[in-house]
Design a protein. Structure first.
Length: 69
């Protein structure tokens, strides 16, 4: 019994993953570089550069899930 992921489920997972990546790395940027750069700049840089790695991991994970499922 195999069930494939619906395209809408893949899209929702991608959007939630990207938003989570942006938020998580913005908070991480504040923690790591908040004192040196200032909280606003650290959050902005984290929110900008964070999805570079996050989106790649999300897409790879979704592809693997689509192949397995």
């Amino acid at each position: 019994m195999t069930t494939s992921l619906a395209p809408l489920a893949l899209l929702v997972a991608l959007v939630v993953g990207v938003l989570g990546s942006i938020a998580g790395v913005a908070v991480g940027g504040i923690i790591v570089g908040g004192k040196v750069l200032g909280n606003e700049l650290a959050a902005m840089l984290g929110g900008f550069y964070g999805p570079l790695a996050g989106v790649a991991g999300i897409v790879i994970g979704l592809v693997v899930l689509a192949i397995i499922g």
